[in-house]
Ligand binder design. Structure first.
Ligand SMILES: O=C(O)C(=O)C[C@H](O)[C@H](O)CO
Ligand SMILES: [Mg+2]
Length: 403
């Protein structure tokens, strides 16, 4: 049995910050895990290096469940994004090792493929509705079957999801948090116009998605859901801040627009009530921020009982290691729904060579043993950490709001 001989934390910034755990076994087998927590990266790096790595040395790398429970129960302080991202990194690395030792891709260890590939959605965004539609048409031409639409809000200098670059959206953009402004009234006017224009231009054979990014009250979210119903969105995401799980009941009572939530959840306890009460349709928790493949599989299994499908977070702050792990899980589980796919920059792809491939609107994790992703440590060292914060958001009168 491979024993864990060492583990190191690698912080690198090939255009944006990533924290990676590399576990090395006494037989030379290595595994990688992603521990990136956007804007708070060094907290997880320290949690791993100072508090987790010393506990790993000498352990049997095959005992994934036992090590998960050891780190979770052993911390005493349960849940939370820092703890769960650190546990996730260990978990991903151990699945990677198990796959390499077995000579099998991780999805085979999880039960084998349940589908040909994982349907993904790309991000179409633009300052104006016309710009956004043009970007969406571009994705459609590339074969995407699902597209997220975000456009600027007239009268607002900046809007969540709208970037200068056509493909890459990077909100962690400054050494101190950028201040954005927000108007719910202006936003609620423009989004239905965007969806009407999108159906006109793109037709009905493509799934359209939208991220509200935690900015509406429950009754405002209910209004948006109703207004979008004629355009049959695939989902609206994070319609209201989800620490108030009960709020989704109100939204649900008013609209048949499917609801997705969970990119900031760190455990099954954050979504248990949402799932069991059938208040959501898609769970967006990820292997990275929700405790790794082991815990995310548990969340997916619970969700499956209630017709809730996965729609895992996949923004650029989740490294290619997380993308690979998400694809192995997504390929295997019965209730996969969709996978977010915001492409990484060439610099990031070079630091993390990977085997997953896009074709026909889907990603496939590939058949290399383990996760099929590596870290080039020499290249990683050439991109030192740079402090970068996510923005904050204020109403026009200065009131602090959810970003
Ligand atoms: O991808 C999404 O749906 C997001 O909401 C992106 C988040 O703002 C981003 O990952 C925060 O780190
Ligand atoms: Mg989101």
């Amino acid at each position: 049995m491979p024993k864990i001989a060492s583990a190191r934390v690698i912080v690198t910034s090939p255009g944006r910050n990533f924290v990676t755990l590399k576990v090395v076994c006494d037989d030379g087998t290595t595994g990688v895990g992603d521990a990136t927590l956007n804007g708070r990266e060094l907290a997880v790096a320290s949690y791993l290096a100072d508090h987790v790595v010393p506990c790993l040395i000498g352990r049997d790398a095959h005992r994934i469940e036992d090590i998960w429970q050891y780190l979770y129960k052993g911390a005493y302080w349960r849940r939370g994004p820092v703890t769960m991202a650190a546990i996730a990194a260990v978990d991903m690395a151990l699945w990677d090792i198990k796959g390499k030792v077995a000579g099998l891709p991780v999805y085979q260890l999880l039960g084998g493929a349940s589908r040909a590939g994982c349907m993904v959605y790309g991000h179409a965004n633009g300052e104006t509705i016309a710009d956004t539609i043009a970007a969406a048409l571009d994705y459609q031409r590339q074969g995407y079957k699902a597209i997220r639409l975000q456009c600027g809000v007239p009268g607002m200098a900046s809007t969540y999801g709208v970037s200068k670059d056509k493909y890459f959206y990077e909100p962690a953009d400054a050494e101190l948090p950028t201040e954005n402004l927000w108007s719910t009234a202006k936003y609620l006017r423009v989004v239905p116009e965007l969806f009407a224009a999108a159906r006109e231009a793109l037709g009905w054979d493509v799934h359209l998605l939208h991220d509200v990014h935690h900015r509406l009250t429950p009754i405002e979210a209910a209004r948006l859901g109703k207004d979008l119903e004629p355009y049959r969105p695939f989902w609206i995401e994070d319609a209201t801040p989800a620490e108030d799980q009960e709020a989704f009941r109100l939204i649900r009572q008013h609209t048949t627009t499917p609801l997705a939530v969970g990119e900031i959840f760190s455990s099954i306890w954050d979504c248990k009530a949402l799932i069991e009460n059938r208040l959501i349709d898609y769970i967006r928790a990820t292997v990275l921020h929700a405790g790794g493949i082991t815990h995310m599989r548990q969340i997916a299994s619970l969700a499956d009982l209630y017709h809730v499908r996965t729609g895992c977070h996949g923004a650029t702050d989740l490294s290619p290691v997380t993308m690979a792990a998400a694809l192995h899980l997504g390929l295997a589980i019965p209730n996969f729904g969709i996978q977010e796919y915001m492409r990484h920059s060439d610099d990031t792809d070079a630091v993390f060579p990977h085997g997953y491939r896009f074709a026909d609107g889907m990603l496939h994790p590939g058949d290399a043993p383990g996760l099929g992703v590596h870290i080039d440590e020499t290249l990683a060292a050439a991109h030192p950490y740079r402090r970068a914060y996510l923005p904050v958001n204020r109403l026009e009168d200065g009131t602090m709001w959810s970003w």
